[in-house]
Write a protein that binds this ligand. Sequence first.
Ligand code: ARG
Length: 468
Amino acid sequence: MALRDGRFENPVSESFGRINPSIHVDRRLFKEDIRGSIAYAGALGKNKIISREEEALIVGGLSEIEKEIEEGGFPFSEEDEDIHMNVERRLFEKIGEAAYKLHTGRSRNEQIVLDEMLYLKKATSELDRSLKATVSAALGAAKGCVEVVVPSYTHLRRAQPASLAHLFLAYCHPLQRARERCSDYWKRLDRMPLGSGAVAGSALGIDRAYLADKLGFSGITENSIDAVSTRDFILEFVWICAEACTTLSRISEDLIILSSEEFGFLRLPDGFCTTSSLMPQKANPDALELVRGKSSRVTAALVSLFTLLKGLPYSYDRDLQEDKEPMFDAADTTLSVLGVVKGIFEGLKVNEERIKLAVEGSGDLIFATDVADWLVRRGIPFREAHRTVGKIVGFAVKEKKGLRELSVGEYRRFCGLFDESVYDLFDYRRSVDSHDVPGGTAFTRVREQIGTLEKALKRGEDLGAGSH
Ligand code: ARG
């Protein structure tokens, strides 16, 4: 019995039939759909809308269907549009009339929201776990190079000496913040929508608290129109993914640059490189390039969802069927690129020799800010110190000398305060250690950060532990 038989005489037209079904996409939600239906049968039984025998029949049939789908033997049909109708049709084939009672007072409009929320709970907890693993891997890499001094960069130009670990930790923090977003988002996601009906709420007095409890939610949605209309719960998830992928893309860009022949600071693990089909010497960073490339899909998913939602009248509109592909794609892509970045951090090698050459080859100019700070400590206003050191640098460059090669006399030409102690500044470790504020690159501060991150990683159990 097709759903439309009651209302229409004719089947859907062929062209409409090509865009009508979503089963090829939403079949991924079968477990969530069946779980929701089993709980709903319980609520109908509890309210005596169906008998306990019918409830048992429905639950048994649904469990069989779940197994059929898992084992690949389920006869999916495009005619039945989506996962909800496919399951219902199959249930009828298995248990007869009782199957048609399952949908009492329930609409697919709320059913799809429930399925998506259940799916997103699973996906968010996986995302959080995967972020955690990637942060741990980057943190592991950081721990191995606290004392390795590299030039830090701004505008991709050498700036000031810094601990290489400080840079790796800079990759950890935004990913750790993405984890914080996951747990904050969880609070909003944790609201059970069933009982909203098609739009106005259930007319059968369904026990929503019972359903929430059965389905592992800590609360219920508060407005039936809102519940079937909004997809902010998908937008927010995809936003977390898009932000994380943008961060991963920037990290990838850094690792590509720092492992290039020109820099040579890092070596990527072989398993994440490819060679050229033409040039046998090449070790190309394809894995990182793909992380960078795939991040654009996730941003695209976010944009496509915003575009889908803008201008939709309240409440449910069929446009909303298009929300699933971007949702799945964002989740799948983010999880897979996180795995790649994790693997790369685990196998990353640091080339200390090349780093030393780069630091020492910077002609001491990398200490210019230290010289300006030296003047400031002797009472010179910073802007003036900056100008004075700028002139000294200009002079050194013209003379083809490093800062440590200028004589005290030459320094004094620019400022009478200079004395021998200025040469103490030209020491990379001292420069790093002078940035001794919380969050600075001084070695002790970097170790402090490692400790804080390690503690944050240990804290708390998995998101949704016990609720699914
Ligand atoms: N397949 C639909 C979707 O994903 C389910 C809800 C359909 N509701 C409706 N009234 N046609 O949005």
